[in-house]
Design a protein around this ligand. Structure first.
Ligand code: G6Q
Length: 559
């Protein structure tokens, strides 16, 4: 295993390797190639550059790639020992080298009974125990057997968490809404009091359970919101501290802090330091999901993810979906200079997926020092962004079609919608397919001229319009098509992206599982909080920071 490096300011030599250099040369040959020409030359291009996994299709033919491109990328992956590194992760080796931790979200969905060892101990019994505890608890709450302090069954669940303890469960609950049957589930993450105030306004303390989801149980936003929820709950004089046990549960790795907060340890669901926050929805952090759709559905989601894990482990690179997606991303980011990549789900239920993937990808691979402590001299994680595709069409797609940047896109859709409005489904599907076609085809001058002529536009007007109405095209996209969005297919889709992120991190030789970059802001915020509360300047800042602080203090004084 690669170890923690000791050299500072030294640079990675990745870009000087023959594998990288080959790709640079190949890029020179490919940079002016038009995808439309590649399709004209090869009628089998779709078959050649598409893959299926269970009922999922990945069409990656609308990319500026040939067989040679992939060969060069596979060579890079072999040289970077991606497969060896993958196997080390699945074995439970401590590949999170800066924190000395294993990375085992895959163990959370290991349904095979195979032991997985960390520090000489099999982690599977603990995982199965927590899953069973989740089954019992969710069964009781969902059936109405679990009663609130006045004896009424529970109707509402509020998950209080942030980042990895919020984005995953929130996104999955929205994605699986068609499977929800009994309970309403809400998410509070922001320390902006408006969010929790608005949420509590509609809730009844008698029938609400709060899940305090925090791996560390020290996160300021979560603990502040949890305290506010507890105060709100205890506001009624008829409620006593002992009633907390029926209305507050915790999910954490930190039992002391949970107990200190006043939550009975029998109401605590455990997970482990080898589960990264942004990879934790498969653990008890997914409790809100299991309450919402039931434990059987939650397990189906784990099984879908496990199936993708096996695919990732066992398929050769040439037919390995996460590998292919990752390598195509490297091709654009490192050789074409693409700075961002858009995720565009054509499925209303997947509307939170872009936000979830922003964290999963950018917190994992937004790094400029490699795992050996060497400065990267190449671009790493791209900016990931997006929204529901169909809404985006009426907002930012202009830039995708006619802007100055290359922005590779992932289009995601389901063949069978959960909506029974057929007309809507057909329109959605046609837009999904048409957009990838339009991005690739573009429209040349002659086509534009013809269209304007057919529309009866005057000749001199036509020439004025042409520069504005031609599209260069050649904008690449991947299309991922699910048969239907189910717990299983969602599990596979999310694992696909997790492994894509893993492969890219391995190629760039990053530790994708730490997040030191988020620490400094937290530390400085704590200093400034002291200064806001005390009204005194306690730390040295720059003029801008001092100016902002004074502005806040003065304006607050003014009332
Ligand atoms: C995820 C990050 C981060 C984390 C939150 C919440 O990988 O570490 O998003 O999940 O900061 O942390 P806690 O769960 O400890 O409250």
């Amino acid at each position: 295993m690669r170890s923690l490096g000791l050299i500072s300011n030294a640079k990675s030599t990745l870009v000087h390797t023959p594998a990288w250099q080959r790709l640079l040369v190949h890029h020179n040959d490919m940079k002016s190639v038009k995808m439309m020409d590649l399709f004209s030359e090869n009628p089998d291009r779709f078959d050649q550059f598409s893959l299926s996994f269970e009922n999922m299709l990945l069409d990656y033919s609308k990319n500026i790639i040939t067989d040679y491109t992939l060969d060069h990328l596979f060579y890079l992956a072999r040289k970077q020992k991606v497969r060896e590194f993958r196997d080390a992760m699945f074995r439970g080796e401590k590949i999170n080298n800066t924190e000395g931790r294993a990375v085992l979200h895959t163990a959370l969905r290991n349904r095979s009974g195979r032991p997985i060892m960390v520090d000489g101990k099999d982690v599977m019994p603990g995982i199965l125990h927590e899953l069973e505890k989740m089954r019992v608890f969710t069964g009781k709450v969902r059936s109405g057997e679990w009663k609130g302090y006045t004896g009424k069954p529970i109707t509402d669940i509020v998950n209080i968490g942030i980042g990895g303890s919020d984005l995953g469960p929130n996104m999955v609950c929205r994605a699986l809404t068609p499977y929800a049957d009994r309970l309403r589930v809400h998410f509070v993450s922001n320390v902006d009091g408006t969010q929790i105030e608005n949420r509590l306004m509609d809730l009844d303390a008698e029938t609400t359970i709060f899940i305090i989801a925090s791996k560390t149980f020290t996160t300021q936003e979560t603990i502040t919101n949890a305290n506010t929820a507890r105060k709100w709950f205890l506001a009624d004089p008829a409620i006593s501290e002992k009633d907390i046990a029926r209305h507050f549960v915790a999910i954490s790795t930190n039992s002391e802090a949970v107990e200190a907060f006043g939550i009975d340890l029998s109401n605590m669901f455990e997970f482990w330091d080898w589960v990264g926050g942004r990879y934790s929805l498969w653990s008890a952090i997914g409790l809100s999901i299991a309450l919402y759709v039931g434990m059987d559905r939650f397990i189906e989601m784990l099984e879908g993810a496990e199936a993708m894990d096996k695919h990732f482990q066992n398929e050769p690179m040439e037919t390995n979906m996460p590998m292919i997606l990752a390598l195509i991303g490297i091709w654009y980011g490192n050789f074409f200079g693409a700075e961002s990549s858009a995720v565009l789900p054509y499925d209303h239920h997947l509307r939170l997926l872009p936000a979830y993937l922003e964290q999963a990808d950018m917190e994992s691979n937004g790094k400029s020092v490699d795992r050996d402590g060497l400065q990267t001299t190449y671009s790493t994680g791209k900016v990931i962004w997006g929204t529901e595709g169909i809404n985006g069409q009426h907002a930012f797609y202009q830039l995708l079609h006619q802007g100055t940047r290359l922005i590779p896109t992932d289009f995601i859709a389901s063949v069978r919608s959960h909506s029974c409005l057929k007309e809507h489904c057909d329109i959605l599907a046609s837009n999904f397919i048409a957009q990838t076609e339009a991005l690739m085809r573009g429209r040349n001058e002659n086509e534009t001229r013809l269209q304007l002529r057919n529309a009866g536009v005057e000749l001199d007007e036509i020439e004025k319009h042409i520069p504005h109405m031609t599209f260069q095209g050649n904008q690449p996209s991947n299309s991922i098509v699910l048969d239907q969005l189910t717990p299983r297919s969602l599990g596979s889709l999310l694992a696909l992206y997790e492994h894509k992120i893993f492969v890219q991190g391995a190629i760039w030789n990053l530790n994708s599982y730490d997040q030191w970059g988020v620490e400094l802001g937290k530390k400085l915020a704590s200093n400034i909080l002291n200064e806001i509360k005390s009204g005194r300047t306690l730390y040295q800042h720059d003029a801008s920071t001092d100016g902002l602080l004074d502005w806040f203090r003065e304006k607050r004084k003014e009332g």
